[in-house]
Design a protein around this ligand. Structure first.
Ligand SMILES: Nc1ncnc2c1ncn2[C@@H]1O[C@H](COP(=O)(O)OP(=O)(O)OP(=O)(O)O)[C@@H](O)[C@H]1O
Ligand SMILES: [Mg+2]
Length: 219
């Protein structure tokens, strides 16, 4: 298996609180991995460290063999933009923008031109929302909003999508559709996924489950 991302001896302290304690993990290309654990066990903090959104107190994150600790802020932002897609429980769409504009939003620093609109439309089609391009988030169901967020995460063809409780705001059936979409994107586009969840049924759909307790990986 082809190693995509790994963490070695990764720790994060917030003052006296140790959120993540000396974890090692590996995600291979095309793998869907779940991180499980009770509230406060350090799942989101671990995800933020892997995405380079937080800097570790100790340890390293390697992406395709490259240590992201060696990158400055600008390089880190470029790296993240090129390689990592992020999905959250609460969708985080911009309410005043259409579905298509939300998907194209990560491209805005370059200015949205026809090519970008075409690319955003293609991503919307990948998640089955070609016919909702002009809808604002308020006119979409929760599941549709999450699919827009997934299309946005896909805009730069990332190797890895990090999803923090992606089904947490959805009913079981809609959540299952989102998980099935992750599997289809893995099969068709080779995207790897790391899914943070505290739901056993969500974790059961993953290829592999990492369990955290009190900041440590316990299984
Ligand atoms: N920015 C921060 N400042 C201080 N403490 C923090 C910060 N972020 C997280 N923590 C603490 O670190 C620990 C791990 O938090 P984290 O959010 O990673 O847990 P989690 O497993 O994602 O929990 P949940 O399932 O509730 O989302 C908690 O004790 C939390 O209070
Ligand atoms: Mg969390």
């Amino acid at each position: 298996m082809n190693k995509l991302l790994s963490a070695e001896g990764l720790s994060k302290h917030f003052g006296a609180v140790t959120a993540v304690s000396n974890i090692d993990l590996q995600i291979n290309s095309g793998e869907i991995v779940a991180i499980m654990g009770r509230s406060g066990s350090g799942k989101s903090t671990a995800m933020h460290l892997l995405a380079g959104l937080e800097s570790p107190s100790d340890g390293h994150v390697f992406y395709q063999g490259k240590d992201i600790a060696g990158l400055n802020e600008d390089e880190l932002a470029l790296w993240r933009r090129a390689n990592i897609g992020l999905i959250f429980q609460a969708f985080h769409l911009i309410p005043t923008l259409s579905a298509l504009e939300n998907v194209a939003f990560p491209l805005y620093p370059d200015g949205v031109k026809t090519a970008e609109r075409d690319r955003a439309a293609e991503r919307l089609a990948m998640v089955g929302l070609a016919d909702r391009a002009t809808h604002r988030p308020s006119r979409l169901s929760g599941g549709e909003q999450q699919r827009v967020a997934i299309a946005r995460a896909l805009i730069n063809n990332p190797g890895l999508i990090l999803a923090d409780e992606p089904t947490g705001n959805l009913d079981t059936e809609t959540g299952n559709e989102i998980l099935a979409l992750f599997h289809r994107l893995r099969d068709e586009a080779g995207v790897s996924f790391l899914i943070v969840t505290h739901d056993d049924e969500v974790a059961a759909t993953a290829d592999r489950v990492i369990r955290m307790k009190d900041g440590e990986i316990v299984a």
